[in-house]
Design a protein around this ligand. Structure first.
Ligand SMILES: Nc1nc2c(ncn2[C@@H]2O[C@H](COP(=O)(O)OP(=O)(O)OP(=O)(O)O)[C@@H](O)[C@H]2O)c(=O)[nH]1
Ligand SMILES: [Mg+2]
Ligand SMILES: [Zn+2]
Length: 322
């Protein structure tokens, strides 16, 4: 019993406030929260007052709570501050953001190298992770079906680990397993149908998560996984399976900060506010012409920059409500 389980869940003992019991949110459903404590799994409830003070949707998978047990219920008294948070812009270009998962060590960006593969979308995920100080890893699934052009992907995403796997042949899964250690929290995100839940089941050596039956994921198909869920691997790592996402709008200023090589070049542009589009003596454009910076990377930087300015404008028009 006891602290071993909490350690696996990534508990930081410095946050303890006995006699309150720590528990981690493993699933958020419409009807309520599910948590894991050293004492087991519980349905959690909180007072209307606490709920109100949090606002809507403010507890997410991975959050740490303090509370007390009565019967089979975990009664929430406190939500602990987050180490980090992966969030995305809420639908409808409101400029607001939606919390997804909290207290994460790694984000596995799961994708497969078929015709839907998008470096732009991958870069957005990387940006989201870097913003939250979470290490991004690119996981290319279904290597038994699709051969990724690794050289060109690596060239563009030169700062992150890239791992090719197949849940069918098992190839590459050892490299992922090697990343699982007790107390680590890993979130898997990516489009529907790329094989996130299949990978989770493979790593758990158990079919805990339901998986899809088709391989189509053009955004119109059915999403198999419908809620975010934290599961414990045999190594004691926490894996968070998530539903496929159609879009990943970026919401924050830091989103444009994950292009360090462009920032470095921009210092040499003639104009301080150079947009690197058509200004004279632009060091960034020159790097593109000299083949030192991929044009696609600059285009993505410019797109994110414009989106950021657009979303911050709409934010100032429409302040968050409730
Ligand atoms: N050939 C092959 N098929 C795979 C592999 N991994 C997953 N699949 C298949 O891909 C389909 C979708 O897998 P899921 O694991 O449900 O995909 P998901 O990313 O969890 O999808 P959502 O829950 O909708 O977001 C299923 O039919 C899997 O059997 C793989 O490595 N190779
Ligand atoms: Mg799934
Ligand atoms: Zn410039």
């Amino acid at each position: 019993m006891g602290s071993g389980k909490l350690e696996q869940l990534g508990w930081n003992p410095k946050l303890a406030k006995p006699p309150l019991i720590p528990a981690r949110v493993i699933e958020v459903q419409r009807k309520g929260l599910f948590v894991t404590a050293a004492e087991g799994n519980f349905f959690a409830e909180m007072s209307g007052q606490l709920q109100k003070s949090l606002g809507d949707g403010n507890v997410c998978v991975g959050d740490w709570l303090l509370g007390s047990l009565s019967e089979k219920l975990f009664w929430v008294q406190e939500i602990l501050p987050r180490r980090n948070l992966l969030e995305r812009a809420a639908a409808g270009n409101t400029g607001l953001s939606q919390p997804m998962v909290a207290n994460v060590d790694e984000l596995w960006i799961v994708t497969c190298a078929d015709e839907h593969f998008s470096l732009e979308l991958t870069e957005r995920y990387i940006t989201m992770a870097v913003d939250a100080r979470v290490e991004p890893i690119l996981v290319l699934t279904k290597s038994d079906l699709y051969q990724a052009d690794l050289a060109s992907i690596e060239k563009r995403l030169n700062s992150i680990a890239i791992i090719s796997v197949s849940s069918v042949t098992g190839s590459g899964t050892d490299s992922l397993r090697a990343r699982l250690s007790s107390g680590q929290t890993i979130a898997l995100m990516g489009s529907s149908g790329v094989g996130k839940s299949t990978l989770v089941n493979t790593l758990l050596s158990e079919s805990k998560q339901q998986t899809g039956t088709t391989r189509s994921y053009d955004g119109k198909g059915k999403h198999t996984t419908t809620s975010r869920k934290l599961l414990l691997s045999p190594e004691g790592a926490c894996l968070i399976d998530t539903p496929g996402m159609r879009s990943l709008a970026s919401a924050k200023a830091e989103d444009v900060n994950s292009f360090p090589e462009i920032d470095a070049l921009a210092l040499k542009c003639r104009f301080r506010n150079c947009t690197h589009e058509s200004e004279p003596s632009c060091a960034v454009q020159k790097a593109v012409q000299d083949g030192e910076l991929p044009l696609a990377r600059l285009k993505n930087f410019q797109k994110l920059t414009k989106e950021f300015h657009a979303s911050s404008r709409s934010y100032s028009k429409k302040p968050p409500r409730g």
